[in-house]
Design a protein around this ligand. Structure first.
Ligand code: IMP
Length: 424
């Protein structure tokens, strides 16, 4: 039995949902450990399409699904997703950590207000209250799932917090005011609905160490609050290490760390993106890759694969293998480029800088490849015979990724369906 971790190596939307679903089939337990309903994953099973923001993807396959302590939970969204599943005849086997923090109405109001204050420098958040909820967690002003299901504690926390937030609204010039009774009524009902699912997930996971466990990351390493393009990041720890702090599973127990690498790069929201292509190439990637957000519907910014970014992500997460996704989207381009280093002020740099000013001076150094087209028959052959059966142009592209990162490619996904996957 083993514990596997799947995380995104770029700015999110790498196609983790499909990779998690693939490995999740063999897992007994699927765990989400960070982020909240800012995420969005689509899972296609036969003709059925499932779209989630908060639930771990394992729920559709009847797996025990855990929402770990590192996740921020909007109870309204969670209940909606549970109800949606029930309508489709699936009863989720869901366990929610009593330590997970709750997204409250004031978090959503403050998310919008902070973005407005930032003006042109806005982060482009999903507006779901993620940042303010994590801020309160760190500031020790949070409400946790264990509090939500205990009316006495909830009331006590709200008496204090709503007074504080109303004062902040006033100072910020926000017209809304929240009422303790109203919020209490609504949120204690959510607590009542969810209470049987809330428990000590740390204990549960430690008792389940002999099972097959899959840790499912959300967003990607470049949105990590420490290692991403700060302040244009999300507010959680999206790198491999986040899986330990967000679930209570120690690093030494994780057997495999799989970094999901989309064959090109996308980004939603504002912030640096060195290999962005605001041209026909970007348009090709956006259209062919259906690069529109699951959460906000926004068109994603698109560009070439950036291996400086990927190496940074794999290194800090301790990746043991790579899953390549959406390789088919590059088909139809006559030339394909990959950035493997940066030029900053005339100096060659191969690590990702921290400082926005340095990042602004990046000129990517590219390697170019001949384009390719592959038929389903050719992919079938790769499934049977392995990488050697790949046409030489694709092979060169993938070999370059392995050589530059020093990490082996374990999986290639060439379409949304489960069958369109090669495991190496
Ligand atoms: P927040 O997480 O809503 O605070 O948004 C912060 C930044 O992270 C914004 O640029 C969002 O577009 C981005 N972001 C958050 N979640 C995702 C995701 O699941 N995929 C891609 N980008 C995301």
């Amino acid at each position: 039995m083993s514990i596997k971790l799947v995380f995104g190596t770029q700015w999110g939307d790498e196609g983790k949902g499909k990779v998690v679903d693939y490995y999740g089939e063999k897992a007994d337990i699927v765990v989400r450990y960070q982020g909240g309903n800012n995420a969005g994953h689509t899972i296609k099973i036969g003709d059925d399409v499932f779209k989630f923001h908060l639930l771990p993807s394992g729920v559709v396959r009847g797996k025990i699904s855990v929402i770990g302590n590192g996740v921020v939970v909007d109870p309204e969204v969670l209940i909606h997703e549970i109800e949606e599943l029930r309508k489709r005849g699936i009863e989720p086997k869901l366990i929610i950590s009593d330590r997970a923090h709750v997204i409250m109405p004031y978090h959503k109001i403050l998310d919008g207000a902070e973005e407005r204050f930032r003006g042109k420098k806005k982060v482009g958040t999903t507006g779901r209250g993620i940042g303010p909820c994590y801020s309160d967690k760190i500031a020790r002003l949070g409400i946790r799932m264990g509090d939500l299901i205990d009316p006495e504690t909830l009331r006590e926390r709200l008496e204090f917090l709503i007074q504080l937030k109303n004062r902040i609204f006033e100072a910020y010039g926000i017209p809304e005011r929240l009422d303790v009774d109203e919020v209490f009524e609504k949120y204690s009902e959510y607590g009542e609905y969810l209470k049987d699912m809330v428990r000590d997930t740390v204990e549960f996971l430690h008792m389940s160490m002999d099972k097959e466990i899959l840790l499912e990351g959300a967003q990607g390493a470049m949105l990590d609050v420490d290692f991403g393009t700060y302040p244009y990041t999300t507010s959680s720890s999206t790198i491999g290490g986040g899986a330990s702090t967000g679930s209570g599973i120690p690093p030494s127990k994780i057997d495999e760390v799989i970094g999901v690498v989309k064959a090109y790069t996308t980004r939603v929201g504002m912030g640096p993106f060195p290999t962005e292509q605001e041209n026909e190439i970007g348009k090709h990637l956006c259209e062919k890759g259906h690069e529109f957000g699951t959460t906000t519907g926004r068109a994603r910014r698109c560009g070439w694969l950036d291996l400086v970014v990927v190496k940074h992500a794999l290194r800090i997460s301790g990746a043991t293998s790579i899953a390549i996704t959406k390789i088919d989207v590059l088909e139809g381009l006559s030339r394909v480029k990959v950035a493997y280093a940066y030029d900053i002020d005339g100096k060659k740099v191969d690590n990702f800088p921290a400082n926005l000013r340095d990042i602004g001076k990046i000129s990517p150094i590219y390697k170019e490849f001949e384009g390719w087209n592959m038929t389903d028959r050719e992919w079938e052959k790769v499934k049977e015979e392995g990488m050697d059966a790949l046409p030489s142009n694709v092979r060169e592209y993938l070999d370059f990724i392995e050589k530059e990162t020093g990490i082996r490619i374990k999986m290639i996904s060439y379409g949304p369906a489960r069958e369109e996957t090669v495991e190496l």
